[in-house]
Design a protein. Structure first.
Lengths: 554, 750
């Protein structure tokens, strides 16, 4: 046996096993990260069981705790006892849970850590309600009664159905308020601002004649009236929405009266059937991708961030594709192949390795301050000193990222061009086509999958890039989308929200990181999925392309 | 026949062909122009960054506007110039304030500030921020006046109007109860207290302290006056420097004796130190506080300007220490003036040469002859963009000063600098603070150190894993497995770094903190586990081993390593309880003296290592895979084992490619922003401990640029950091790329 092991050692097999281990570790890491993101991101929408615990610490009174158990971990007992907690037994490790008790308005914080040894009993009563609210996070507790204008309308078993009807009615009102505030008043405000800028513009040019001024004032009066009417309507709606309320009991037995106007949805997770849970899951998922964020981005949806990312990437593609293709065609088809071309090719290639923050610096200095500042001086003097293009905006972000991804497109296109067999070019030229015709009719169409690959890789890179965007126009909360119903519809100067920045901002700059965490995981998952799909698409196209040319060559 | 004719000849006859050729020409020109301009744009990035950075290293320049005879009469005690460079003021020995137009010297107004019957025997006007002027009178009293300026708009013209007021009342206050003339005077005040310190004709040091107390109930102001005599000194007092905190006073004689007195307790002044500040036979010719009143600048008759700073010493008492000196001119320094908002100063000498210095950066920004005679009095504008001075020929000169970025120099960016309030020279990055007279500390060393540290720990994880993985995947792995594994690892590269950073900061950092012993035990247990598995596999009967062909070891190891990791993490609390007294962080702090940050270099190393693995793996794998097959077969045929072939033939041949893979990986680690931004505490400390945080150049840009003022020195230094990153990664990548291309050529010839 010993000689056997010696031989085995001499054969080098242990080393091969060790290097194989490195591959396994890398693979585990990749799939671990993906699985972690998926697990945390996907469970966020599932209506988790809400538990009720009898909790009895060594020195405190017995407590009733209600909430979702978000996390459990094992910690050395010494760390707990070090904080001055007496444990009932002396096992070396102790399990602790992170309980989301919600009710931030009542308890001050959403979460508390509890120790397993002190949990006396644990049950999941079916009448526990979870109420998602527009302020102060979730409510966990028991529904007691529903009030209309302060008068009791339902109590006990009927309360739940009354609650549902009132919540639905309030949601409708809320929808209308939002529509007026966001769209109608937004439009009027936009028009008023445009009027102000027109006035200022005329004034700067010295053409503000009394006639023009009267005309503007008349328009202004019309708009003001519109505004006042909307405001009246809004006031009425506000009065109506504030009328009804409900009474709930919290885990410490207190009864509190809360307004319906803040209710987003309510459900009893412990009495939901599987089908209902699935329905709830998809409802939440839909809200996540289609709704606007609430509560400093820690709740609600991420639609503006998705929209901003998509729009920015589209603008970037429009800019980067022609530039990249022209540069590649020049390098491959027109430039004299020599030392200089080789140098340029290396330089272009290496730009892909330049840190993205450097592109951000360039974007901020050159595009925003230099180009944007000049544009403002020339075309938007009426808005100064408030900058129009002289501050971060979606156009500058797109331009910055198109420079960042330019090398990707150039390299991919060049590779595609170089794979096209000479015979095809020569055949075309021999038939009397000019060089431009050869390129346009045969070479570029054949290279188009390669260009596509480059573009997809560029889009994948751009969608995940955050550092440069932080300098050139991404914001945590944009008041309006860069695309809306006000002429000129596409507002290239507006700031925008971005998925990647959303992750950074909510995960690290948010006042309530713990509560926001599941949402960040969901956002991260969405971003990962988008980028994985794009990359897989690029890989598939590339493989397909290789097959095709292999056939051509043979 | 036509076929033999050239297209150009044909084109003359055929308009359609002519159009086609024209299109061809347009396309050629267009593509060339487009291609070249794209490439030009890429080059522009570099030049733009350099263009933003360059002004930082430019010296100052001055531009003469005018000179004119001294406005008004009498000898000049001091000069002043207001912010807009329009109005200047001359304070004369007879107690007049002469306001004049700076560009041409025309007198605007002249006010006599001293009460009738009194005579000014001393004067103090050092506090330029508040504009106070203090006169010591011949009867032992003191008077405080103030010169101020207001803008008046008259018919689209702005006019600056000078005015004089008396913040402490028009009646002089009694400083010396004995009524002796005040030979020398210093004054400071703020909302709560005012202090006067004077030297009387009979050489006593008298102190007057007025404390203002506002009653909470009726907002009534009570003034408490304290008069005190300081202990007699062994030397004359020619200069009094009273700091704005009114806790310290420095008394200097012309011959270079300095006494440092603590007057924080006004009724019990205490002498802290006596010393000499100039060599023998050299006289002190001019003294000024640097802005912030922490340092004093002393100009002497040998032409040297030295900076003495109040430094806290081991016994917790602040003493003056010489921290640097400037020696530019051979002639005596006749006049010193300091900038209001920066740590800069201007010196005029006996030969009419003006010098501009900056203390922190130790730069001499300007050294230029501006007059034929000695410069007697000098005043610099609050924004340091203009200067007026009076020379011995009784003329006033007005210069504009262009000196936007004196705060940094090459040596202050990369070397140790002795900052004010520090016990010794050090590398510090601290770009801003709430205080106005803050000394910005722009040392790129801690940031570069952080960058290297983060990259080092990332490479520590990534290089072995990626290279070993590449080796296995290129040479030993089964073909079918490779088609799945390679894209899987490469797709890691596409993972947005913001997600890795987020996971590192919010999941991994607390996880590592909780399971520190477990994480480190994986390092030991995993290789042992792999080897044991291999041994076990080897002893298994052939029937079990047969269905799994060679090259699938990695797949077999997946569950093994998974279980090892899981067990190590599960056992972590037990290890912690058994070996580290239950809490490894407490143990480390107490037993090892190592601090622990939750977001530390280990977390960065893991997360950024993860991000760099695919880069290194992919390039190294290509290089190893590309090694010509006949080399390997030859080696195997000669009887070498696969492993020997691997190490002695394949690795050696592919080593340039592997080297370039590591270089490119390092380039990526150095420039990565989001991971370090989120996974570290972003504290610019210089500590190589893996359990401490760090701040990298790139994260620093992301953190500070949004808040920095456009085109300020700070802004430009951040661009400089970007330029450094750009150049570093560009050079590293170019070298790596050249090596790779050479390798490719070598392979094709083998």
């Amino acid at each position: 046996m010993t000689t056997n092991i010696k031989d085995w050692y001499k054969s080098g097999a242990p080393w091969i096993w060790l290097v194989a281990g490195a591959v396994s570790v890398s693979l585990l890491m990749v799939f671990g990260v993906l699985a972690l993101t998926a697990a945390r991101g996907l469970t966020y929408f599932w209506p988790a069981t809400v538990v009720q615990l009898e909790y009895q610490t060594a020195d405190g009174p017995a407590q009733r705790l209600v909430g979702e158990i978000q996390d459990s971990e094992e910690v050395p007992a010494a760390r707990v006892t070090g904080a001055g907690v007496q444990l009932p037994d002396d096992s070396p490790a102790v399990v602790r849970h992170l309980l989301k008790t919600g009710n931030r308005d009542i308890f001050g914080s959403d979460f508390r850590w509890i120790l397993q040894p002190f949990v006396v009993s644990r049950e999941a009563p079916s009448d526990l309600v979870v109420i998602e609210r527009r302020e102060w996070g979730n409510f966990y507790g028991y529904l007691v009664s529903v009030k209309e204008n302060g008068a009791l309308v339902a109590e006990g078993d009927e309360a739940w159905s009354a609650f549902q009807t009132h919540a639905a009615a309030t949601a409708e009102l809320h929808q209308r308020i939002k529509q007026i505030e966001k769209d109608a008043i937004g439009d009027v405000n936009y028009a008023i601002e445009q009027l102000r800028l027109t006035t200022r513009g005329l004034e700067l040019e010295g053409e503000l004649t009394p006639a023009a001024q009267a005309d503007i004032e008349q328009q202004h009066a019309v708009l003001s009236e519109e505004f006042a009417a909307l405001e009246r309507e809004l006031n009425e709606l506000y009065q109506e929405i504030e009328r009804n309320s409900y009474v709930v009991e919290t885990m410490d037995g207190r009864q509190v009266e809360l307004p319906f106007s803040k209710v987003v949805r309510a459900f009893k997770p412990n009495s939901m059937s599987l089908l209902q849970k699935v329905g709830h899951y998809f409802e939440k998922l839909w809200e996540f991708v289609s709704d606007e964020p609430r509560e400093a981005n820690t709740e609600g949806g991420i639609f503006p961030a998705i929209f901003g990312t998509v729009l920015m990437v589209m603008l970037m593609s429009i800019i980067v594709t022609p530039l990249g293709v022209i540069a590649a065609v020049y390098l491959r088809e027109y430039a004299k192949q020599g030392f200089i071309t080789r140098l340029i090719r290396i330089a272009v290639n290496n730009l892909a390795g330049v840190p993205s923050i450097v592109y951000g610096l360039f974007g901020l200095g050159f595009f925003v301050y230099f180009l944007g500042g000049t544009l403002d001086q020339l075309f938007y003097p009426e808005a100064l000193p408030a900058p129009t293009f002289g501050t971060g905006g979606i156009i500058w972000a797109s331009l910055t990222l198109s420079i960042l991804t330019l090398p990707v497109v150039i390299v991919a296109t060049e590779e595609g061009l170089s794979r096209i067999p000479r015979a095809i070019r020569e055949g075309s030229l021999a038939l009397g086509a000019t060089k431009a015709e050869t390129l346009w009719r045969t070479v570029i169409p054949m290279a188009s999958p390669a260009i596509m690959t480059g573009l997809i890789l560029a889009v994948a890179r751009a969608a995940g890039e955050v550092a440069p965007l932080m300098l050139v126009g991404v914001v945590k909360l944009a008041p309006s989308l860069p695309l809306d119903s006000n002429a000129p519809f596409l507002h290239l100067d507006r700031k925008f929200m971005h998925l990647g920045f959303h992750i950074y901002d909510v995960g690290f700059q948010s006042p309530n990181v713990e509560a926001a965490r599941p949402l960040v995981y969901a956002t991260a998952l969405l971003l990962v999925v988008v980028i994985m799909v794009l990359n897989l698409a690029a890989i598939t196209i590339r493989n397909h392309l290789r097959e095709k040319y292999r056939n051509l060559e043979s | 026949m036509r076929a033999t004719q050239s297209p150009h000849v044909l084109a003359k006859k055929d308009p359609h062909l002519r159009w086609r050729l024209l299109k061809d020409l347009i396309a050629r020109r267009g593509v060339t122009l487009g291609g070249l301009s794209v490439i030009f744009f890429i080059v522009l990035i570099f030049f733009y960054l350099a263009y933003v950075v360059l002004p930082v290293f430019k010296p100052a320049s001055i531009e003469k506007i005018s000179d004119y005879p001294l406005p008004g009469d009498g000898n000049t005690l001091s000069l002043a110039i207001e912010e807009q460079l329009e109005v200047g003021a001359r304070f004369t020995g007879v107690g007049d304030v002469v306001f004049f137009r700076v560009p041409d010297g025309a007198i605007i107004s002249q006010t006599h500030v001293i009460p009738q019957g009194s005579e000014a025997t001393s004067f103090f006007a050092a506090d330029r921020a508040r504009g106070t002027l203090t006169y010591g009178l011949n009867d032992g009293r003191v008077l405080v006046a103030r010169h101020a300026y207001k803008s008046v708009f008259t018919e689209d013209r702005r006019e600056i109007q000078p005015l004089i007021d008396y913040p402490l009342g028009e009646t002089p206050l009694v400083l010396d109860p004995r009524g002796q003339a005040i030979k020398n005077i210093a004054f400071q005040d703020n909302e709560n207290e005012s202090s006067f310190l004077g030297v009387t004709a009979d050489d006593r040091l008298v102190l007057l302290h007025i404390a203002k107390e506002v009653s909470f109930l009726d907002e009534e102001v009570t003034l408490t006056e304290t008069r005190q005599e300081l202990p007699p000194l062994v030397h004359d007092v020619d200069y009094i420097l009273l700091g704005k905190t009114q806790a310290r006073v420095y008394l200097l004689s012309r011959h270079g004796d300095l006494t440092n007195v603590d007057i924080s307790n006004k009724s019990r002044p205490q002498v802290i130190q006596h010393m000499r500040v100039v060599p023998q036979h050299v006289e002190v010719t001019s003294v000024q506080f640097l802005t912030g009143h922490i340092s004093i600048m002393i100009g002497d008759s040998a032409g040297t300007v030295t900076q003495w700073s109040s430094v806290r010493q081991e016994d917790n008492i602040n003493r003056l220490v010489k921290i640097r000196s400037f020696n530019e001119s051979p002639a005596a320094v006749t006049s010193l003036t300091t900038e209001l908002n920066r740590k800069g100063l201007l010196a005029g000498d006996n030969n009419g040469v003006m010098s501009v210095f900056h203390s922190t950066s130790e730069r001499t920004l300007l050294h230029e002859k501006v007059s034929d005679s000695a410069i007697l009095k000098m005043a610099v504008a609050p924004r340091a963009n203009g200067v007026i001075f009076e020379d011995a020929a009784q003329r006033v000169h007005f210069y504009r000063v262009h000196n936007e970025h004196p705060e940094v120099s090459w040596s202050s960016l990369w070397g140790k600098v002795w900052y004010e309030n520090y016990a010794e020279p050090d590398y510090i990055w601290q770009a801003s603070s709430a205080s106005d007279d803050f000394e910005p500390k722009f040392s790129l060393v801690p940031l570069t150190f952080g960058t290297i540290k983060a990259a080092f720990y990332a490479m520590l994880l990534a290089v072995p894993l990626a290279l070993m993985g590449a080796l296995y995947s290129a040479q030993f792995m089964a073909r079918r497995m490779r088609t799945y594994v390679k894209p899987s690892i490469e797709i890691m590269e596409a993972l947005p770094t913001v997600i890795l950073g987020f996971l590192a900061g919010l999941w991994l950092a607390p996880f590592v903190e909780q399971n520190l012993p477990g994480i480190f035990s994986i390092l030991i247990v995993a290789p042992i586990g792999v080897l044991l598995t291999a041994l076990l596999w080897n002893t298994l009967p052939r029937a079990v081993r047969e269905p799994v062909s060679d090259g699938w070891e990695a797949a077999l190891l997946l569950p093994v390593i998974g279980v090892i990791v899981w067990l190590s993490v599960e056992a972590s609390p037990l290890i912690e309880a058994a070996f580290f007294g239950g809490d490894v962080r407490v143990w480390m702090t107490n037993e090892m003296g190592i601090g622990f940050d939750q977001r530390n270099a280990v977390v960065v190393g893991l997360a950024m290592g993860f991000a760099v693995i695919p880069t290194i793996f992919s390039i190294a794998e290509d290089a190893i895979f590309g090694v010509p097959k006949h080399l390997i077969q030859g080696s195997l045929a000669l009887g070498a084992t696969p492993w020997q072939t691997m190490m002695r033939v394949v690795m050696l041949t592919a080593s340039p490619g592997i080297f370039s893979a590591i270089m490119i990986g390092m380039g990526r680690a150095v420039g990565e922003t989001m991971i370090v931004l989120m996974a570290t505490g972003n504290t610019p400390v210089m500590d190589f401990s893996p359990f401490e945080g760090l701040r990298t150049l790139s994260a620093n840009i992301a953190v500070e640029l949004p808040e920095s003022e456009v085109n300020s020195t700070h802004f430009r230094i951040l661009f400089f950091a970007g330029l450094v990153l750009f150049l570093f990664t560009f050079v590293v990548n170019t070298v790596a790329e050249l090596i790779r291309q050479n390798l490719r050529r070598k392979y094709s010839t083998l």
